[in-house]
Design a protein around this ligand. Sequence first.
Ligand code: SF4
Length: 310
Amino acid sequence: MGAKYKYLFGPVPSRRLGRSLGVDLLPLKTCTQNCIYCQLGKDAPQVLERGEYVPIGIIVDELKLIISEGLDADFITISGSGEPTLHAGLGKLIDEIRTITQIQVAIITNGTLLSRPDVRKDCGKADVVLPSLDAGSPEVFAKINFPHEGLDFYTFAEGLVQFRRQYKGQMWLEVFFCEGINTDEQSIQDLKQWIDKIRPDKVQVNTSVRPVVHPEAARVESDKLEEIARKLGSNAEVIADYHKETKSPTERPDSAAILETLKRRPCSLNDLCRGLGMHPMAVEKALAELRDAGQIDCQEKNGTFYFTAK
Ligand code: SF4
């Protein structure tokens, strides 16, 4: 769909949400954190202020158009290239979506702002909220998520507990594991204590399944991740997809265009989005496939990830 929609992506098949139409509310990498496993680069400073980062009216117009063209999706998923609860118009957007379609609304969030009543109120309007919790202690939180200095771990985790208490919809908590960072017994037990307090409907356990950009974000092998999920409780499941795609990514138009560009010069995610007029999530997906297929390399330089063809 390319340039026709600036803020929508998909629908794409999603392991967690079926056919999902992504809605992106933010400029690339606008986030409260800087996780070591983030695919969006590390060069943007963390932010805490909510704001009208992109105009809600234009997003609603795009949604009306795609729905009038016969959108077939299980979910409209508010996520995108950063932390969606930073957008101050989140609640208003969900209200607008309710007036134009009956498709369910999901929010993928890092959960760090759920300690704020206004953010809990906005997220409370969604059918499914998918927050993250990768650490059970301030020390591991700092190591894996690199939060904004104004974020306190206990306030964040208590925000998840508070949200769960008042939220009537489905809450699916994602826990991302990086080998050697949060996989030791103590880290798992600390996480379990918080999960028992939060009481999400599901716990979804994940890891980096592709070659890692940041060496510290090393993947956890499948058997070990299954064992960790068992320790976290009966509602925990592994969502990491260890199966590689069999179809060559270069058979896809997006991947072929990206590979051609990278043969000429190394590019960052941002360079590719601007140069090819593609949505960051489409570029991200194609880059991931090209890396899985061993066709490109990635290196970090001054906080930005640069991709090169092999
Ligand atoms: S919360 Fe998401 S967007 Fe923000 S740094 Fe972590 S992985 Fe990246």
